[in-house]
Design a protein around this ligand. Structure first.
Ligand SMILES: [Zn+2]
Length: 421
């Protein structure tokens, strides 16, 4: 894990962000024919980069376009028929080729008018930073083998209404891919907030509390057994928080108990809509004069999302956060299934689950009901049930993770049902 952190290169991230900016605009509806300007040139360059990385690892990446035709008028920001084209690179897992952990950035950019597809729109931070981080993570991780598949993807159509994410989530369902989760990286390069705060350590992990796909019955049951803040995306967020704290103590990950920023959107959401775990990883201190802005001077303020405002050392840190979490999940066994809990009116708590292939054992986690993080744990070995003596179920929340032979842990699973015997 420390080797992975060390291997992430600030210089390469800087170079890739600069290259993405050099395409002038990467607006989803911009030129696709030019070799030097527009989203067509940008996506061809991204595909070439992934292919070059693949050549350096014995063709370890499967690189392809995934695309959907979005018809004019599908949304207020689709003013022409447009192919929304994502660039996908899959590093196939050795044991679980159909299970995927995904890192994404966005290809597209915009200026003040979301439908202006010709003006210069460098999108250096939003979101060349996330795109460059995703490419760099693939460079670093392609030197290793993993049990689970890792997918690196450049999504398009984000600014026009999250169309690339929608397309890829639907494609994932069609293909029967098991998505372990997606890390949506959207703006990972700004350290100077519009509020005056400057920090190259803080970053945010956004996650929704429970999936939007949950049933009325699941909602009813939750009222009695808990789980209001323990959906699959929230567990993924806690996982990233913990891994960062363990391996990158200089960073300050902030768990944000929200789907996304207030009234704003991002490309993890279409995956959440499809029932997959997904989080947004991003800077903590945004600068709104440098997002979605025409490049201009106004009242002494330089507006525009230009290269000069990106802190490459910070983008490198957040890329490393992604890389160690991709690796950790891709090396881990599958999470335990059918986790059940019992212990009403008892001085102990019982958990049981279905064992999974590849786990050398299991760890039970618990926490105070008001704590955002899994603060306590006990490794219980290769069993499929365990009783925690002396703990009253009412006062804590519980979960179970699988542990692999090398100590890599799955995401914690919150009990999905209750037993009484
Ligand atoms: Zn944006």
């Amino acid at each position: 894990m420390y080797d992975i952190i060390q291997a992430v290169s600030e210089e390469r991230i800087q170079k890739d962000i600069s290259t993405l900016v050099s395409f002038g605009t990467r607006h989803t509806l911009s030129d696709t024919v030019s070799a030097t300007r527009g989203i067509g040139a940008a996506r061809r360059w991204i595909k070439k980069e992934f292919e070059a990385i693949s050549e350096n690892c014995n063709n370890c990446l499967e690189v392809f376009y995934q695309k959907d035709l979005v018809k004019k008028g599908t949304g207020p920001r689709i003013v022409n028929d447009v192919w929304v084209v994502n660039v996908v690179a899959i590093q196939r897992g050795t044991t679980y080729p159909n299970k995927f952990i995904i890192m994404s950035g966005d290809i597209d950019s915009r200026v003040s008018d979301p439908n202006n597809y010709t003006s210069d729109s460098p999108g250096a931070n939003d979101n060349a930073s996330g795109m460059a981080g995703t490419i760099e993570a693939s460079r670093v991780l392609s030197k290793y083998n993993f049990e689970n598949s890792i997918m690196y993807v450049g999504l398009s159509g984000e600014e026009q209404g999250l169309f690339g994410g929608k397309g890829l989530a639907a494609y994932a369902k069609e293909q029967g891919w098991e998505i372990l989760g997606i890390f949506n990286n959207d703006m990972i390069g700004n350290i100077k907030g519009v509020d005056g705060v400057v920090s190259n350590r803080d970053f945010r992990i956004f996650s929704e509390p429970v999936p939007p796909t949950e049933t009325e019955e699941e909602r009813r049951v939750r009222r009695f057994y808990g789980g209001e803040v323990d959906g699959i995306s929230r567990q993924l967020a806690r996982y990233v928080h913990k891994t960062t704290r363990d391996y990158m103590p200089e960073m300050n990950p902030m768990l944000i108990y929200r789907l996304d920023r207030f009234a704003r959107g991002g490309h993890h959401r279409p995956f959440n809509d499809a029932g997959f775990a997904g989080i947004r990883i991003m800077e903590a201190h945004e600068n709104y004069t440098q997002q979605h802005q025409d490049i201009r001077m106004e009242n002494g303020i330089a507006y525009g999302d230009v290269l000069e405002h990106v802190n490459f050392a910070y983008a490198k840190k957040l890329t490393a956060v992604n890389a160690i979490n991709l690796a950790s999940i891709a090396w881990a066994p599958p999470p335990p299934v059918n986790v059940e809990i019992g212990g009403a009116v008892q001085p102990s708590v019982r958990l049981r689950w279905q064992p999974v292939e590849g786990a050398k054992g299991y760890k039970i986690y618990w926490r105070d009901t008001t704590s955002p993080t899994w603060d306590h744990s006990q490794y219980v070995g290769d069993v499929n049930e365990h009783t925690l003596d002396g703990i009253v179920i009412d006062n804590y929340l519980f979960g179970v993770a699988s542990i692999g032979p090398d100590g890599h842990e799955s995401v914690v699973v919150f009990p999905g049902s209750v037993f009484r015997d």
